[in-house]
Ligand binder design. Structure first.
Ligand code: ZN
Length: 70
C-alpha cells in the first residue's frame, strides 16, 4: 500500500509517512479534542472523523505525535 502522499492522520499535513514533524499545542488542539492526559500520552478525539485514540508527546519542546486509534 502506497501511502506516502496521504494526509497524515496525526498532523493533517501531506508528507511521507515516516517524516511526521509532530504538532505544537495550538495545532494539536485545532485537530483534536483532548479527553485527558496520562503518562507520556494524551487521550484525544480526532475532530475530522470522531476517531478516539491517543497521542504521544514530548515535554520540551512540547510536540505531539503518532496518533494511534484506540
Ligand atoms: Zn504528520
Amino acid at each position: 500500500m502506497d501511502n506516502e502522499s496521504l494526509e497524515c492522520g496525526t498532523c493533517g499535513l501531506i508528507h511521507e509517512a515516516r517524516k511526521c514533524p509532530g504538532m505544537d499545542t495550538d495545532r494539536m488542539r485545532a485537530r483534536f479534542d483532548v479527553l485527558g492526559f496520562g503518562g507520556g500520552c494524551v487521550v484525544v478525539v480526532r475532530k475530522s472523523d470522531g476517531a478516539k485514540g491517543s497521542l504521544d508527546f514530548d515535554n520540551s519542546p512540547r510536540v505531539y505525535r503518532d496518533f494511534m486509534r484506540a
